[in-house]
Ligand binder design. Structure first.
Ligand SMILES: Nc1ncnc2c1ncn2[C@@H]1O[C@H](COP(=O)(O)OP(=O)(O)OP(=O)(O)O)[C@@H](O)[C@H]1O
Length: 390
């Protein structure tokens, strides 16, 4: 798990718990003990499926929900603690939500100027104009200042919402599914724009999304949430390449998951029996014959040969299989390959696609494999396994 330089902490959340009453009888635990730390300048993402508690966590940070217990510190100052509760308007934050929440009766300029007019600080008209123009320039809306906010496209309205969130230079930007209302193409564009802007301004952001592509491409670090808890935290690469649990491997990206049983200790590793065949792998100290684990590897990490290779790459596993299905996705094809009693997903370039019914030879590189225990703790990836098909 990655750590944060403690001298630059922007947000610190400790043991956050939030229950909602259900039918007036029992409580539903929406957030069950979340702790996280975000350093200045980070884009930190809460990623998870609907209902996992990511928005509730963000709303507690925003001051829109009052947690049942836990502690929240913003830039070293407690905003939630025993006997302490700082209301939203006194937290140094900016917010952007899925619905643009712009004011339709105001111009673009007035939408952005509004937070400056109501924060109780005295500014001259000239100061307000200069600051608003500066922020509108930042989000590429400088030419739209006098337009009614309703005359903007979806992407422009979301940029306006961002400008309004940034106008007071908040310590922390809270982004709750800000791109979800945009169509697919615009969402891709805005993803790049938002990340680029966040980096350029070096603003710290807590970002909530259920979209793994957004999380992987935009984040400094990701916390994957399930049932009100963070189940893994790490850089996008760590999360994708070294999932800690079966849930994370399955939720983030496409994963091949094989139940495996440790069947024998060999001279150069362990033999694991899987539905695809027997695979040789190295396992950590403490492994015993009879242990049940999960092997996981990504479809793009599998090499597929149409004829048997003379020799597998060092430490690779070879398995024979039959192509059941080939699905075309433009830039790649996804092949379903039967290997023993397992079906594996393999990604390939369309020009190197096999045909349905072909016999193929699957090569699993050791470094592409992660080994998980059934309890979810990750064991080191197999170093130098050799495979025996069948
Ligand atoms: N105001 C509320 N009253 C009762 N239950 C709530 C309330 N808000 C959220 N919940 C419940 O708490 C759980 C977590 O909700 P939350 O909105 O945080 O999830 P989420 O991960 O952000 O999901 P989504 O992406 O669908 O918004 C869900 O089971 C939800 O039904």
């Amino acid at each position: 798990m990655s750590t944060v330089d403690t001298t630059t902490i922007c947000l610190d959340v400790r043991d956050l718990v939030k229950d909602y009453p259900v039918d007036g009888a029992s409580d539903h635990r929406a957030v069950g003990g979340v702790s996280l730390t975000i350093a200045e300048g980070e884009m930190y993402t809460l990623l998870g499926s609907s209902g996992c508690g990511k928005s509730t966590t963000l709303r507690c940070v925003a001051g829109l929900e009052r947690p049942d217990s836990g502690r929240i510190e913003l830039a070293g100052v407690p905003v939630v603690d025993q006997g302490v509760y700082v209301p939203t308007e006194r937290r140094d934050i900016g917010m952007v939500f899925q619905s643009y929440a712009i004011w339709p009766h105001m111009s673009v300029f007035e939408n952005v100027a509004f937070p400056l007019r109501v924060d109780g600080r005295r500014r001259t008209k000239k100061e307000v104009r200069r600051r608003v123009e500066e922020v509108l320039g930042t989000v590429r809306l400088a030419d739209f200042a006098s337009r009614s906010a309703t005359q903007l496209s979806g992407g422009q309205q979301q940029r306006l919402a961002l400008a309004r969130a940034l106008i007071r230079e908040p310590r922390l930007l809270l982004l709750d599914e800000p791109l979800s209302n945009l169509d697919a193409r615009l969402r891709d564009q805005m993803r790049v724009e938002l990340r680029e802007l966040q980096r350029r301004l070096n603003v710290t952001a807590l970002f909530v999304t259920h979209d793994q592509a957004e999380a992987l491409s935009m984040s400094s670090r990701i916390a994957v949430m399930d049932q009100g808890r963070i189940v893994q935290e790490g850089t996008p690469r760590e999360i994708y390449q070294r999932p800690a649990t079966r849930f994370v491997a399955d939720f983030v990206g496409t994963a091949n998951l094989l139940d495996a049983e440790v069947v024998e200790r060999a001279a150069d590793g362990w033999l694991l029996r899987t539905a695809a065949g027997v695979v040789r792998a190295s396992c950590p100290d403490g492994t015993r014959v009879g242990d049940r684990v999960t092997m996981t590897f990504r479809p793009e990490d599998i090499r597929m040969h149409l004829s048997p290779p003379d020799a597998a790459a060092g430490g690779a596993t070879m398995l024979a299989g039959t192509v059941d299905r080939v699905d075309f996705f433009g830039e790649s094809v996804e092949c379903q390959v039967s290997c023993g009693a397992a079906v594996l997903l393999v990604h390939r370039h369309p020009q190197a696609a096999p045909r349905e019914g072909d016999t193929v030879h699957i090569e699993l590189a050791a470094e592409g494999c992660a080994v998980l225990t059934d309890r979810g703790a990750r064991l080191p990836a197999a170093a130098g396994p050799v495979a025996k098909a069948g």
